[in-house]
Unconditional design. Structure first.
Length: 162
């Protein structure tokens, strides 16, 4: 009978826990998780549901250290190109910093980008999110792009097991 009481208390509390809203940081990381799920999806339109098309993407390209460059791409243009792509991609990121202030958030950390099963590049992601009627969306992103040989030094996550 004594063992039954804690179990009954747990089961009674379960519906209450389900109704408790997520802490702001958890809701933001869930939105970033949804972004990466859409990125690896075969549905090439899924990414558009996780991004604000009014945003901008800043690519700090360091693939050739002798000629680093910064590219600025409107999210709407990126999504149009993305919809026509065919490569199977994945991206894994470690969320080192998550900050939330009302309807704006920032997620920062190292990442690894995999294209057709091989690491293409890695770097540091800085993702700005905005919260609107539809929930959290990735708006502006900045990321560095470095050669795969730099992944360990940057702390990029390992390739997930298949």
């Amino acid at each position: 009978m004594k063992a039954f009481l804690p179990a009954a208390a747990f089961l009674a509390a379960a519906p209450l826990a389900a109704e408790t809203p997520l802490p702001p940081e958890a809701a933001v990381t869930a939105a970033v998780d949804a972004f990466f799920t859409a990125l690896r999806s075969e549905d090439r339109t899924a990414l558009a549901r996780e991004m604000d098309p009014r945003g901008m993407i800043y690519v700090h390209d360091r693939m050739n250290p002798a000629t680093p460059r910064i590219m600025v791409i409107p999210v709407a243009d990126h999504l149009a190109r993305w919809a026509r792509g065919t490569a199977m991609v994945d991206e894994v990121m470690r969320y080192d910093t998550v900050r939330v202030d009302g309807d704006m958030a920032q997620v920062w950390g190292p990442y690894r980008f995999i294209s057709d099963g091989k690491t293409s590049h890695c770097g540091i992601n800085s993702m700005s999110l905005v919260k609107g009627e539809g929930g959290w969306k990735v708006a502006n992103t900045s990321f560095s792009m470095e050669v795969p040989e730099r992944c360990a030094a940057l702390g990029a996550p390992e390739v997930p097991a298949q």
